[in-house]
Ligand binder design. Structure first.
Ligand code: ADP
Ligand code: MG
Length: 289
């Protein structure tokens, strides 16, 4: 975990709403991703996580800001190599797979983008299916014939086909049954270990982020309110918003713990304003200037 793979600097994404109002979905986000590390991003729905993921993956353009990949600034038009290096696994893998293509054809399409000759593809697809825990026969299936967990495995296989340097997983397990979630999570950890890439892992399940991430970023209203080494951040949250988020997992039984929780929370004033200050090595908390 030494070199900076990705540097995101002051990224903004403003949407103009039909009413004419400007919605600041992402409002000045900066962070780094180092080689082989996993950065978790947490925060309530609508705080700008997916928009940020789409900007980094090139699926949408930022209103402002800069992104550097391996030290070089990414321009408006991305090279094919760069598109392969940064790969987004969508929240909804159902939408990512063409329903009219068999799993084999989907993977073959990805490999053709890499100019891999057809006679070499068969072996590679077999290996890809194997690496995500699917038997070769699943290649003949169509997306609707397999389960959500299996579709997500195919989505991971498609990503692996590209040999990504950075995999962005946007709530990759949110739509799955709880029993399958752990399998996909372990699969991601497993392939990451073998293939050596970095990962941005977006989730609203804090326990999952704690399990999988080296560093964690907390977003609130389009900005980063806290960032730090995962255990440090979970054990010593500095921002009131992080404290509220964490309290929601510390007290899983709402009936029994409601009073306790409210008394903990009532003095907290949540603001997304101020500047990020380093409170301990690598641990940054947004505070009033
Ligand atoms: N294409 C769009 N047009 C207008 N508003 C959008 C668009 N995409 C996202 N938003 C808004 O931007 C905010 C952030 O959305 P999103 O990035 O999806 O949040 P998250 O992934 O954290 O739930 C939300 O208020 C959402 O409604
Ligand atoms: Mg989202």
């Amino acid at each position: 975990m030494t070199d900076k793979l990705l540097r995101v600097r002051d990224i903004k994404k403003y949407f103009k709403l039909p009413s004419g109002k400007i919605l600041k979905a992402v409002d000045g986000v900066s962070f780094n991703v180092y080689d082989n590390e996993t950065v978790g991003i947490i925060g309530e729905s609508g705080c700008g996580k997916s928009t940020l993921a789409r900007i980094i993956s090139g699926a949408t353009e930022a209103t402002d800001g800069e992104i550097y990949f391996k030290g070089e600034q990414i321009g408006k038009k991305r090279s094919r190599e760069l598109c392969q290096s940064i790969h987004l696994v969508f929240q909804d893998s159902d939408g990512a797979l063409n329903p009219r293509m068999s799993i084999y054809e989907s993977l073959s399409e990805a490999l053709s983008l890499l100019d891999m000759k057809e006679e070499l593809q068969k072996d590679r697809i077999k290996k890809l299916l194997h690496s995500v825990g699917l038997e070769e026969r699943y290649g003949l299936s169509f997306p609707e014939e397999i389960s959500g967990g299996q579709r997500q495995r195919v989505a991971v296989a498609r990503a692996l086909a590209m040999h990504p340097k950075l995999l962005i997983a946007d709530e990759p397990i949110a739509s799955l049954d709880v029993s399958v979630q752990a399998q996909i999570l372990n699969l991601l950890l497993d392939v990451k270990e073998k293939e050596k890439f970095s990962m941005i892992f977006i989730a609203h399940d804090l326990a999952v982020v704690r399990h999988i991430s080296n560093r964690t970023i907390v977003m609130y209203k389009g900005v980063i309110v806290e960032e730090g080494p995962t255990e440090e951040l979970f054990l010593h949250p500095g921002h009131d918003y992080t404290k509220i988020l964490l309290a929601s997992i510390l007290y899983p039984d709402p009936e029994r713990e409601r009073n306790k929780k409210i008394s903990c929370m009532e003095n907290l004033q949540v603001s997304h304003e101020g500047v990020l200050r380093e409170v301990s090595p690598g641990h940054w908390v947004r505070m009033k200037e």
